[in-house]
Ligand binder design. Sequence first.
Ligand code: GDP
Ligand code: MG
Length: 180
Amino acid sequence: MMQQHERLLKVLVIGDLGVGKTSVIKRYVHQVFSQHYRATIGVDFALKVLNWDHKTVVRLQLWDIAGQERYGNMTRVYYREAVGALVVFDMTRLSTFQAVLKWKGDLDSKVALSNGRSVPVVLLANKCDQRRHGLCPKLPKLENFSREYGFVGWYETSAKDNTNIDAAITCLVKNIMSME
Ligand code: GDP
Ligand code: MG
């Protein structure tokens, strides 16, 4: 019989309050969406098991934060042993985009891969379903922005409509798995 091996990946989901972090996780792991997620207090995580390839099972641990977003940074304990992150902002609120680099900076200052490189990060421009109600007019071109600041990818996502959630997380896991 073929020997399969398991990899446990700790992935952080960070970004300002209300951008949709919990919604993205619930959509990805449980295929649900709700207007009302109670702000869980503290740190919560969800697990998704992926049959990555014929010899690898990935146990993807998605770490949610709640409450602490308002401080704009997290403790080293939270970041410890993370191998990747999703930085989420809300396309309808410019201030949440302006916080993206603060979140990435906090991450990069507190965790790195064992080879010293920064952990791969994918940028999620969430709530793209709100387009017809008007998105933030001052958003820059995300392609250039994400390249310039070292994100491994970016996606316009909607946890509500299930747009690009799988694609974004798959992109991140691919990058993590290719880092060894
Ligand atoms: P968090 O504080 O970052 O965890 O954000 P939540 O996941 O709690 O979401 C905050 C609010 O935005 C909730 O009312 C969600 O229903 C809503 N929300 C989250 N994602 C989306 C989305 O993709 N589209 C829309 N229209 N609303 C969303
Ligand atoms: Mg939340």
